[in-house]
Write a protein that binds this ligand. Structure first.
Ligand SMILES: Cc1cc2nc3c(=O)[nH]c(=O)nc-3n(C[C@H](O)[C@H](O)[C@H](O)COP(=O)(O)OP(=O)(O)OC[C@H]3O[C@@H](n4cnc5c(N)ncnc54)[C@H](O)[C@@H]3O)c2cc1C
Ligand code: FES
Ligand code: FES
Length: 492
């Protein structure tokens, strides 16, 4: 981080624009050209802006454009809208049944909050070689649909990336859809990742999609992340497999070939030498896992159409940002706007500029100081609040973008008569805090798990809370407290 950077605030001033339609968004993007940045979940964009790596003159939010988050089957293909969140994709039954590499990639993604906020369009639009969704989507044969003033164009996703932080997107263009073909019978896929800690981007990642006919490999695609300037397909290694009998010896030789074909560098996360070793192991394990999935019996797998019906209700349940209304249009960089926020069931008014963060408005204007500031860049989750029922990081949410959404902070857990929420009572009973700084974020994240899963296991609790850091290391008692509020499964 820049020595002078203060991640508590967003120093960059910018026009904030909230187009209500795709056409309006494209027109604005064309008008502003490279002076504008698209805002989806903000988990990359706001971090880069806070770190003063970029300073756009305009931020164009795509969060009010209807339909951009839909996941739908059309013409025998699965269309994933650019604004579909990583969480929604991970939980989509069609993705789980047909594209397990993509489910693996979404599941490996950082923290619960980043999964809830982050979108596939942002993950690809960021152009990072470490993108988790990219290797999986490339091996699954995804195409990127790009919309601009001249209409739509499509290209294979592997051609979307041109260098670190660079994509083929031109000024005035938006990535609108990721389109996946229905896999042929006998296909299996897998994604694996190695990172420094659970909630981090990859030191190296790899995806494999393989098609079998008996013991023979009919087709295979392999792609890797964090091992080259862009997410990279290893075509030479793939050719070694196609048409061959799948065997231990062949897999070992292909994995070695992957290690030779990639082009890694030394950086803060890893050395080039380690990345070559890691890619070899990822290729070896990935090939075995994908092969095992390809050859498993999928008689119980729902059809595209059946899974589609199921996913509609699930999607409504998981919808991150409720009805799309209350668009505030445009707020100029130097303008202050009186906005209305719904916090803890009450309406609050606040004067905000485009660069005011929800965290600071809650704490400083609404005096709701329960929500804490820790890192300011998405890494500690101390600032977690719920937005329309989903846990989000208030340090990475622009206050102007929160208009019309239901926000819950720790103060809202207590009933009006002063009675504490059962989870708060459990935290007291199990001594699940020491200094208490992480507690509000823990409570709101744990509440979202209990709302989503009636009978979570201890592993579920640990996984869901993995991004909530506690410097007093009170995790065991926190997990006990959450488990004490989980409903017992009903025994037959
Ligand atoms: C703590 C932390 C952990 C993370 N861990 C991971 C991880 O494990 N794996 C991983 O892959 N990433 C990780 N990330 C990065 C980030 O969360 C993901 O890349 C995420 O998917 C970005 O989505 P977003 O909607 O938040 O993007 P935004 O921040 O809104 O946008 C990202 C970039 O893409 C552009 N953009 C957004 N949408 C579009 C679009 N539709 N068309 C064109 N351009 C667009 C934006 O202008 C911006 O340049 C992490 C980030 C943080 C802060
Ligand atoms: S303060 Fe928001 S994640 Fe650390
Ligand atoms: S109780 Fe102190 S940081 Fe968690």
């Amino acid at each position: 981080m820049n020595e002078m950077t203060n991640s508590h605030i967003l120093i960059n001033q910018f026009d904030y624009l909230e187009p209500a339609s795709l056409q309006e968004a494209i027109t604005l993007l064309a008008q502003y050209g490279n002076r504008a940045r698209v805002l989806a979940g903000g988990t990359d964009l706001l971090v880069h802006m806070k770190m003063e790596r970029i300073a756009p003159q305009a931020v164009i939010s795509i969060n009010r454009i209807p339909g951009l988050d839909r996941i739908a089957v059309q013409d025998g293909h699965l269309h994933i809208g650019a604004r579909a969140t990583i969480h929604a994709i991970e939980n989509d039954p069609r993705v789980q049944a047909y594209y397990p590499a993509l489910t693996d990639a979404c599941a490996s993604f950082s923290t619960t909050q980043v999964q809830t906020m982050g979108t596939v369009g942002g993950n690809l639009g960021n152009g990072s070689p470490a993108s988790d969704s990219a290797p999986a989507l490339i091996t699954l044969g995804a195409e990127a649909e790009i919309t601009g003033l001249d209409g739509k164009r499509r290209l294979p996703l592997e051609e979307f990336f041109v260098g670190p932080g660079k994509t083929v997107l031109q000024d005035g263009e938006l990535l609108t859809d990721v389109i996946l073909p229905q896999p042929q019978i006998g296909t299996g896929s897998a994604f694996l990742k190695i990172s420094r800690v659970a909630a981090d981007i990859a030191k190296a990642s790899g995806a494999v999609t393989i098609v079998h006919d008996g013991g023979r490999v009919v087709d295979c695609r392999m792609a890797f992340g964090s091992v080259a300037p862009t997410p990279m397909r290893t075509c030479k290694a793939e050719q070694m497999l196609i048409g061959q009998e799948f065997s231990e010896d062949l897999v070992a030789r292909v994995a070695q070939a992957v290690s030779a074909e990639i082009a890694p560098i030394d950086d803060v996360r890893s050395s080039a030498w380690y990345r070559r070793e890691a890619a070899r192991v990822l290729a070896y394990d990935g090939l075995h896992r994908a092969w095992q999935r390809a050859t498993a019996c999928y008689s119980e797998r729902p059809s595209f159409a059946e899974a589609s019906k199921e996913s509609l209700s699930q999607k409504e349940m998981l919808r991150p940002f409720g009805p799309q209304h209350d668009s505030i249009g445009r707020v100029g960089a130097n303008e202050k706007r009186l906005i209305e926020l719904r916090v803890n069931g009450q309406r609050h008014r606040a004067w905000v500029s485009p660069n005011d963060l929800l965290l600071n408005v809650l704490r400083e204007q609404l005096q709701l100081t329960g929500t804490k500031y820790g890192c300011g860049i998405g890494e500690c989750s101390a600032c977690t609040v719920q937005m329309n029922g989903e846990p989000v990081l208030a340090c990475l949410v622009l206050a102007v973008s929160a208009v019309g959404k239901d926000i819950l902070t720790v103060e809202g857990l207590q009933k009006p008569n002063g009675e504490l929420d059962p989870l708060q009572e459990a935290f007291i009973e199990h001594a699940a805090f020491q200094c208490g700084y992480c507690t509000p974020g823990m409570l709101l994240t744990a509440k979202s798990l209990l709302a989503e899963k009636l009978h979570p296991t201890e592993d579920d609790v640990r996984h869901h809370l993995r991004g909530n850091l506690c410097r007093c290391t009170g995790y065991a008692s926190i997990v006990r407290a959450v488990m004490s509020c989980a409903q017992e499964p009903i025994r037959e």
